[in-house]
Design a protein around this ligand. Structure first.
Ligand code: NAG
Ligand code: NAG
Ligand code: NAG
Ligand code: NAG
Ligand code: NAG
Length: 307
């Protein structure tokens, strides 16, 4: 190395006493090691490329300078697009690294180029790039999904060859309505509402999405549930409210009648029961029965039956 050859005698010329001077020299060698040496000069022109100077004005040994390819050219994979300043003050001479090519592939609506083309940047004349539809879209087979690099290094026109897939017909919801503002194609939204007297249980809208290759409505459809009237118990929600009411009224009137019958019947039953009890069971059922028994006893005594 030239620096070693030059640095060694300089250090030898300054013996022990001046340590700070030696330090300065070392600093100078480390920080500005090339300033005293040869310079490669301005980097060479490379075909169809522009040098990236990065504000450099001097190009000492070891300097590396890069290039980028001019518009309409791309770097050839495997070739180097830099030059090095060598010890002899000469730049390295790389192989041609920029080649005429169509530029970046065009954007095709609702489609993307197939994965195998993603790392490819060199597109010579006649090069074909194949596209495929994005998820949720289907290919129109009557239109080509390819673009080709033309003689003038532009891409052939890319037509829209993908169209939105359709979701299944949403049909109807019971006691409600489905509003379709646009269509039932991929990404379209539909809205749910319920008839008066019914409330929505679930989402009030959903949209058309893809699931793998299938088209689906993103959310489960809601149901329209009858809103129960506030005065009634919610145990018979699937019976219309008018019927519920009449049944209850009928039941309650029957109840009242039955209750009254039971009261009457209970009184009759009590008197019958007390009559039955006179046949020798020593239980006094009521004051009325006791009086009857007393009178009967006295009559029997008076007539001489019991002596
Ligand atoms: C590409 O470089 C070559 C060689 O330097 C030159 O002859 C040619 O004109 C260049 N092409 C363009 C389009 O600049
Ligand atoms: C070159 O210098 C300009 C102006 O001083 C500065 O804005 C720019 O960032 C520099 N570029 C590089 C690559 O250092
Ligand atoms: C496919 O493309 C042809 C030609 O442009 C067009 O007439 C046809 O309607 C398209 N089909 C679909 C399903 O988009
Ligand atoms: C698109 O490219 C593929 C692969 O190169 C080819 O098989 C197909 O025929 C091309 N289609 C058209 C319309 O050029
Ligand atoms: C739908 O539900 C959301 C909340 O889930 C609510 O913010 C929005 O207002 C509702 N839209 C309609 C039309 O009811």
């Amino acid at each position: 190395m030239r620096s070693a050859r030059r640095g060694a005698p300089a250090a030898l010329r300054l013996p022990a006493p001046l340590v700070p001077s030696l330090g300065l020299l070392l600093l100078r060698l480390l920080w500005c090691p090339h300033s005293a040496r040869g310079d490669c000069g301005f980097p060479p022109d490379m075909p169809n490329a522009t040098v990236l100077l990065e504000n450099r004005t001097i190009f000492p040994e070891g300097t590396v300078v890069g290039y980028h390819c001019n518009p309409g050219f791309v770097k050839i994979i495997g070739k180097v697009n830099v030059v090095h300043c060598l010890e002899n003050g000469q730049w390295t001479t790389p192989e041609v690294f920029c080649q005429r090519s169509c530029g970046t592939t065009p954007r095709v609506p609702y489609a993307h180029k197939k994965d195998i083309y993603i790392p490819v940047s060199y597109h010579p004349v006649g090069f074909v790039v194949e596209y495929e539809c994005n998820p949720g879209f289907a290919r129109n087979h009557s239109i080509s999904g390819n673009v080709t690099c033309l003689e003038d290094y532009t891409w052939s026109k890319s037509e829209i060859f993908c169209y939105k897939k359709s979701c299944p017909d949403p049909g109807k919801i019971e006691n409600g309505h489905i509003n379709i503002p646009t269509d039932i194609l991929f990404t379209s939204q539909i809205y749910f509402s319920c008839d008066p007297g019914y409330k929505l249980v679930g989402v009030n809208s959903t949209y058309c999405d893809y699931e793998g290759d299938d088209m689906i409505w993103e959310n489960p459809f809601p149901v329209c549930q009858e809103i129960p009237t506030t005065t009634q118990k919610p145990s018979t929600t699937d019976v219309p409210s008018t019927r519920t009411q009449s049944t209850t009224q009928k039941t309650s009137s029957v109840d009242v009648t039955v209750t009254q019958n039971q009261i009457v019947f209970t009184r009759q039953s009590t008197s019958k029961g007390s009559g039955f009890l006179t046949a020798g069971v020593p239980v006094i059922a009521s004051g009325h029965t006791f009086m009857t028994l007393t009178v009967l006893f006295m009559m029997l005594v008076a007539t001489g039956y019991l002596t």
